[in-house]
Design a protein. Structure first.
Length: 614
């Protein structure tokens, strides 16, 4: 079974704080769909629109019927986690959208409010102590709930409309939590609120005197890490129910919506792997759905139960990776966001109405299929998981070749697979493990970080670990020589036989070249999953591309913490940055500045701000 996202992307560290978002432009991938795991989705009450947020740091709005992308919002972003989005909520009428995550634009995190119809920025709700992990809107549209990371609990905001403009005001806070809170949901009467926390508890609140008051809490028997929660859509008190899924078990528990006493559990006793942390009721309440890291041998399904969770279980094939979010739509339809990433919609019988997948290569589990020439100028990899649908890219000639075209099989015998064994170094637990070792001694990774890939240098004295958030070079004694933040999970690594280059295959579909001596980034390559388009670029944005490939990356430009960012595809700045002659020299010189000089270009890179379309 392929390795999956860690406990629905558990927090790695507190948010990175500073005076504000970076002012320098940032290069980003863009292909019209999400390029990293979809973390949450939200819909309006009539099911006209689906909003999705992702680790790719974008919020996207889709037409729920056609799957057409209606709008992309870009919030302020920075290095590492800053700008990753974890929570989204939509007003029942679709008037506004709230979004949050690692949105630390100053000394605190914040929620951003947006007008759905016009796309304009409404306001920023700052002063939040930690990452926003989930957002929920009440059925009447009056309340916005926010679940926070760390022991920071829940916040509730009043979404009042004053003189035709929405103004959000915090009316309630409960900080008496023992760990991260990943779930919140309002009851059908909009007067009750339930939250989950990894301190093992569910907490129940009731509207009181302009705010909310905690009226109960319970420690659950189904697991220690309750994740998503949802109220049954019926408003009748006798049928009031809350469902909860867990990040650490496959239990799906149903509790009384008035006092959180246990009612029953959906049938999951025979499910022995993963979890079913994401849960939802059908819009009419007759079915219960759950999904997560459970793998059924062929994929990651959404499971359903008739009878509101008491009846027969059925399975809908959904994803090739973790089911990250489930949302109900009218008429028995279901929206699903996944870690692939993919956005799906099902009809009431489980037939797919919509499948939106990105044009990114699936670079998971490449291992021996991730091959490199001795000088690092040629790389071979699969466009699909396990190295399937092989391609070879020749940097010297900027040429992409695909296996099987015109019946020709690519000859990659001259390209070397990563070396993972040597008599001098015994490296263990490096494949999808949290605790890699060297000769039996532990190697340091960040908390919750998993090792994914390994390559030993030709000298046999150094090695590179690719992990969830980093590339790291170690010496033969296990000392870390350098660490480089990874743009995504480092599913594969290799080292050129001349000992000059490290090459990594990342979860976002990119291949990156780094200087082995110090980890400095040199080039990045993105190839679409059909092998038709590609773009190759340097850290300063000088690029070469196939025809049309310059639409695949662009410059993200922050406008401060209280405004949305701008985005410009590099093709709109072609006159400044289309420099194949520079790209051709980067790996030879192992330095972008030297490549610029050799190509006869100014040593100081051009600023994208000076090249924006007027």
């Amino acid at each position: 079974m392929p390795a999956l996202l860690l406990l629905f992307l558990a927090l790695a560290a507190p948010p990175l704080l500073g005076a504000g978002p970076p002012t320098e432009p940032i290069l980003r991938l863009e292909n019209g769909r999400h390029t990293a795991a979809i973390t949450r989705i939200a819909t309006d009450a009539q099911g006209r629109w689906i909003a999705s947020v992702s680790l790719d740091k974008t919020l996207r709005l889709w037409d729920a019927a056609s799957g057409r992308l209606l709008r992309t919002w870009r919030l302020p972003i920075g290095a590492g986690n800053e700008g990753q989005l974890r929570g989204v909520a939509m007003a029942p009428k679709g008037d506004w959208i709230a979004v949050g995550g690692w949105t630390a634009g100053g000394t605190e995190d914040a929620i951003y409010l947006l007008d759905r119809a016009s796309g304009r920025f409404i306001e920023r709700l700052g002063g939040l102590e930690n990452v926003i992990l989930h957002l929920c809107a009440s059925p009447d549209g009056r309340w916005l709930g926010a679940s926070l990371g760390g022991a920071n609990g829940v916040r509730v905001f009043d979404a009042a409309k004053i003189d035709g403009q929405y103004r959000f005001r915090q009316v309630f806070a409960d900080r008496d939590y023992g760990s991260d809170s990943y779930g919140c949901a309002f009851g059908p009467d909009s007067r009750r609120l339930v939250t989950s926390s990894w301190d093992g508890k569910l907490r129940l609140y009731r509207h009181s005197a302009g705010g909310f008051k905690r009226i109960g809490e319970t420690r659950l028997s189904g697991g220690e890490k309750p994740y998503a929660v949802a109220f049954h859509p019926h408003s009748c008190p006798s049928s009031s129910r809350v469902v909860v899924g867990f990040a650490d078990t496959t239990a799906v528990q149903v509790l009384d919506g008035l006092d959180l006493t246990p009612r029953y559990a959906a049938g999951t006793a025979d499910i022995g792997n993963g979890n079913l942390g994401n849960v939802a009721w059908s819009a009419d309440g007759t079915k219960l759905f759950a999904g997560g890291k459970y793998w059924d041998g062929s994929g990651y399904p959404v499971l359903g139960w008739t009878g509101g969770g008491r009846g027969l279980r059925f399975s809908w094939r959904a994803a090739d990776s973790t089911v990250m979010a489930i949302g109900s739509l009218p008429g028995g339809r279901l929206a699903v966001g996944t870690g692939d990433p993919a956005l799906l919609a099902f009809d009431a019988l489980g037939e797919k109405l919509m499948v939106l997948r990105p044009r990114i290569a699936d670079l998971r589990d490449q291992y021996g299929h991730f091959r490199l020439s001795g000088d690092g100028q040629q790389v071979a990899f699969g466009l699909k998981q396990w190295g399937k649908e092989r391609v070879r890219f020749d940097l010297a000639n900027r040429r992409l070749e695909r296996d099987g075209i015109n019946g020709v099989t690519l000859d990659i015998t001259s390209l070397a697979a990563p070396r993972t064994e040597t008599p001098e170094l015994t490296i263990g637990n490096w494949k999808h493990k949290y605790d890699p070792t060297l000769n039996g001694e532990p190697l340091a990774l960040d908390q919750h970080e998993m090792s994914r890939s390994l390559a030993i240098a030709p000298d046999g004295e150094r090695f590179v670990l690719g992990a969830d958030w980093s590339l790291r070079l170690f010496d033969g004694q296990g000392r870390e020589l350098w660490r480089r933040a990874a743009p995504n999970v480092a599913w594969g690594v290799n080292i050129s036989n001349d000992g000059r280059l490290v090459v990594a295959a990342f979860g976002g579909g990119t291949i990156g070249w780094y200087r082995l001596a110090d980890g400095a980034p040199l080039l990045s390559l993105f190839v679409t999953n059909d092998g038709e388009d590609w773009v190759l670029w340097s850290p300063s944005g000088y690029y070469d591309a196939s025809p049309g490939g310059d639409r695949l990356i662009g410059w993200h430009m922050n406008n401060g913490k209280d405004a949305l960012a701008d985005f410009y595809p590099v093709g709109e700045m072609r006159g400044c940055f289309y420099r194949p002659e520079v790209v051709a020299e980067v790996l030879t010189e192992l330095d972008e500045a030297k490549a610029l000089a050799k190509a006869g270009q100014p040593a100081t890179p051009v600023s994208p701000k000076d090249c924006r379309p007027r």
